[in-house]
Ligand binder design. Structure first.
Ligand SMILES: [Zn+2]
Length: 356
């Protein structure tokens, strides 16, 4: 384990451990692997040479954090965890995690989901983290829907910024949590002046957050890894395609209807697509092809961002790109009233507005 500083300035891919073979080694800076058996999976991945690995047991999918035990294990879960070295089942869960994840670059605390407005639990998690003070440790803060709303945000921001040390924020939502009104402005507000906030299990908001100064980010390979799903969400997984020109994900079926395969907009500059493969080619519910293209587009965005030396440059670049992408989508929809329209994601509208 090398410690959390290795994460600074990195853009990672968040991926279910069962899908890790779908991420080529040269895509982005490393992986956040998710899954209940992630310790063994990390060991395997180390053998194929990934430089930055984090493990996420996704405890927040099954359990809310409480002020009494923000990192605690459920009683019935203890028996499922590996016994490692001298660490027994009653050991502090954070220490246990540190010992178990020897193959990780740094360790995410096993935090449960913190329900919106539960300031007491948030404060307790921050206090416990401050007390542990270990360079290998990153405080994971999986946040329930609503923390970025006005009712909770001022207290939330104050608490976060008053505790030193790296924090990995993730947000729950039915689709993209940053489609919710005002959430992008709140994210930008939070990042202004912060030096150690990371945004993980996210989508395009992770690229934006990175441009605006997030310490690190992890972007999901598949839609369910780009937010914390709400419980009992029975909607079938969508086949979402990231379009560089529109800086947003679109449903494959919608793209098929809206884009003329002969048009410039149907052609993607990424190294997966090439000149003969238009963006209309993705079909059905098998997302593997679209995921490979999406990852290549994210790599392009990461490379473009890397060309800008300062936070101010990167912010300016990102916001102007969003403004242009928004204008392109509006123009496309205005031009082809007889053809299917493409939805303009609320998140993109918010980024585009942030500049003015
Ligand atoms: Zn492509």
């Amino acid at each position: 384990m090398v410690g959390w500083e290795i994460l600074r300035g990195t853009m990672l891919v968040q991926v279910a451990a069962s899908d890790m073979g779908l991420v080529p080694a040269n895509r982005l800076d490393g992986l956040v692997l998710t899954g209940s058996d992630v310790v063994a999976d990390m060991r395997n991945r180390v053998h194929v040479g990934d430089k930055i690995l984090l493990g996420d047991r996704e405890r927040y999918l099954h359990e809310n954090a409480t002020a009494e035990a923000p990192f605690g294990y459920r009683a019935d879960e203890r028996n499922l965890l590996p016994t490692v070295g001298s660490v027994g089942p009653d050991t502090d869960p954070v220490l246990r995690e540190l010992e178990a994840q020897e193959h990780a670059a740094a360790v995410l605390t096993p935090t449960g989901l913190i329900a919106a407005g539960d300031i007491r639990t948030l404060r307790r998690a921050l206090n416990l983290f401050a007390r542990h003070r270990d360079d290998r440790l990153v405080l994971a803060l999986p946040l329930g829907t609503g923390w970025l709303r006005s009712a909770w945000f001022p207290d939330f921001k104050k608490l976060l910024l008053s505790t030193e040390g790296p924090k990995a924020l993730s947000f729950q939502g039915r689709d993209d949590p940053f489609d919710e009104e005002q959430s992008v402005a709140k994210l930008a507000d939070m990042l202004d002046g912060a030096t150690d906030l990371g945004i993980v299990r996210t989508g395009l908001a992770g690229v934006g957050a990175f441009a605006l100064g997030a310490a690190f980010t992890a972007i999901g390979l598949t839609a369910d890894q780009r937010h914390i799903p709400v419980p009992a969400d029975t909607e079938p997984p969508k086949n979402l395609v990231l379009v560089r020109a529109f800086l947003s994900f679109h449903d494959a079926g919608d793209l098929n209807l809206a884009l003329d395969p002969e048009s410039d907009l149907a052609h993607c500059p990424c190294d997966v697509c090439g000149p003969d493969q238009p963006l209309n080619r993705f079909h059905g519910t098998d997302t593997k092809h679209a995921d490979a293209h999406n990852l290549a587009v994210l790599k392009m965005l990461a490379d473009e961002l890397a060309e800008y030396p300062t936070r101010a440059h990167r912010t300016e670049w990102w916001l102007s790109e969003c403004e242009e992408a928004h204008a392109r989508l509006e123009e496309l929809n205005a031009r082809q009233v007889s053809r299917a329209q493409l939805e303009i994601p609320p998140q993109l509208q918010q980024w585009a507005k942030l500049r003015s």
